[in-house]
Design a protein around this ligand. Structure first.
Ligand code: AMP
Ligand code: ZN
Length: 494
């Protein structure tokens, strides 16, 4: 079986075959760095990260490029309002985006910045004018003439045939029914940033940046282009028009769109004010791994409704799997092998793979690993797991985590850095007691916890209960839960 993905361009689920054997070239529209990203944005970025990880796990060599939109209407407006340069304004949010991505275990793609490609964008627009598909207006702005591109509407499945030729729109984002000749380049306005280029002074529109940078890094035709569903129109429709009008070749073959994260039935968005950033949630005492789990728990092509209950149950899912993994690594099993365990592991790997190959059915892949944990836990309890089984079960867990990236217990250090950030920002009031409690458990490293537990056990063996009680109290204060089980002492962080 091979990977099958829904392609917005053909409106069908199709087998994904890269243009060049074994090499995938993909591009995702990245963040507009005018503010902190919210978890709706990160739902899309995580969906693409998951695709990227799965393609690599499937043996493909992937070149994955993402842009940073560090110039657009909002950025120009806000930097002018604050009286700072565009670069200064965006640097802070770009850094925040990178930190948040790392916190959510999003692997870093190759990043390209719009402001570093402005001469190339101007040259590209100049060539579109030579080809007769773009024109200059009196004020020095440039527009794409959509009537000259017969395929306009093929991605968003909109028929623009009856459109008034020459009607224009100069904002970067607009509604479907107001499809017009769109701005490629905007003439300078007093007090706003602009660049001097081969086509005059001004600044690029949002759409041109992705056409220019994606083709520069990946060639005129590449395998896959990704973004959230709101980018289908106008952004991606316009990217296709600009790129294909320029090269005469098909632009991206697959169009991958993640559906929205909703809050009470509405799109999570800055403009509606119904958003949470990853940092907001961490300040409320939630873990980065719970956020990542929640955002992948519903396949990318279904909308996902955000709730705090959902986030809590995500936390408990991650914890169950981590505990299962811990049980595997910390127990002394009797020698030998139980072939049923190796079979269970193999069957789980196959199930996960076929779920992900089925248009990235993340929910099914998660269900497969849970089934394995449940069955193996039952076998543990029945004393049916042997030493040689561990490697098989662990390897299935590792395969799962190569794609889902939630099992490594590194939440505490991430939480601590958010805590420090909040203090530096003077946001003490937003720091919840829950956060302080989990952050407390970060004060002891794994090694220190292990040492204390050993010291505690030997104190108890020597009947020095005072010392062992003191050590236990110290661990509890640090947010460490110590459990005495049949298989010995186990611990975990709160
Ligand atoms: P922006 O920074 O606004 O350019 O958006 C970055 C990415 O987040 C784009 O791919 C958007 O389509 C996506 N996005 C925005 N809001 C949501 C949402 N509520 N759910 C999922 N993706 C979203
Ligand atoms: Zn884009």
């Amino acid at each position: 079986m091979a990977l099958r993905l829904y392609n917005t361009l053909t409106a069908k689920v199709e087998e994904f075959q890269p243009l060049h054997a074994n090499q995938v070239r993909m591009y995702a529209c990245g963040p507009t760095v005018y503010d902190y990203g919210h978890i709706g944005n990160f739902r899309t970025f995580i969906a693409v990260d998951l695709l990227y990880r799965f393609l690599r796990q499937s043996g493909l060599d992937v070149r994955y490029v993402m842009n940073i939109t560090d110039v657009d209407d909002k950025i120009i407006r806000n930097s002018a309002r604050d009286g700072v340069s565009v670069q200064r304004y965006t640097a802070k949010y770009e850094e925040a985006f990178l930190e948040d991505s790392a916190m959510l275990n999003i692997e870093r793609p190759m990043l390209v910045r719009a402001t570093e490609h402005i001469p190339a964008m101007a040259d590209f627009i100049g060539k579109l004018v030579e080809k007769g598909v773009a024109y200059r207006t009196e004020d020095g702005s440039y527009y794409f003439r959509i009537a000259k591109f017969p395929g306009y509407g093929k991605l968003s499945k909109k028929d623009f045939a009856g459109m008034e030729d020459g009607a224009r729109v100069d904002v970067d984002e607009y509604e479907k029914d107001s499809a017009r000749d769109f701005a490629l380049w905007k003439a300078p306005k007093p007090g706003e940033a602009s660049w001097d280029t081969s086509i005059g002074s001004g600044r690029p529109g949002w759409h041109i940046e992705c056409s220019v940078m994606s083709m520069e890094e990946l060639g005129p035709s590449f395998d896959l282009h990704a973004g959230g569903e709101d980018l289908i129109f106008p952004h991606h429709e316009n990217e296709i028009a600009q790129s294909e009008a320029m090269t005469g070749h098909p632009f991206a073959r697959f169009w991958f769109h993640a559906r929205f994260l909703l809050v009470e039935g509405e799109k999570m968005s800055k403009s509606l004010g119904n958003f949470f950033t990853p940092r907001d949630l961490i300040l409320r005492g939630h873990k980065p791994s719970s956020i990542r789990w929640l955002l992948t728990s519903v396949p990318y092509r279904n909308q996902l409704n955000f709730t705090f209950d959902g986030l809590k149950s995500a936390a408990s899912s991650v914890e169950k799997l981590r505990n299962f993994r811990f049980r595997l690594t910390s127990t002394q099993f009797p020698a030998g092998a139980n072939p049923a365990m190796a079979e269970l592991a193999t069957e789980t790997v196959t199930r996960m793979k076929s779920a992900l190959e089925d248009d990235l059915n993340t929910a099914q892949a998660q269900a497969a690993v849970f089934d394995m944990a449940r069955k193996a836990n039952a076998a543990f309890d029945a004393g049916e797991v042997r030493k040689d089984d561990v490697v098989h079960l662990l390897s299935a867990m590792d395969k799962f985590d190569e794609v889902f990236a939630v099992l490594k217990d590194d939440d505490q250090s991430k939480i601590k850095s958010v805590l420090e950030w909040a203090r530096a920002q003077g946001r003490e009031n937003d720091i919840s007691p829950e956060l302080l409690e989990i952050a407390g458990s970060a004060q002891l490293s794994d090694e220190q916890v292990n040492q204390k537990i050993e010291a505690m056990s030997s104190a108890r063996k020597g009947r020095d209960f005072k010392t062992s009680d003191a050590l236990r109290a110290e661990l509890i204060t640090a947010g460490i839960i110590v459990e005495n089980t049949k298989e010995g002492v186990r611990w975990r962080r709160k």
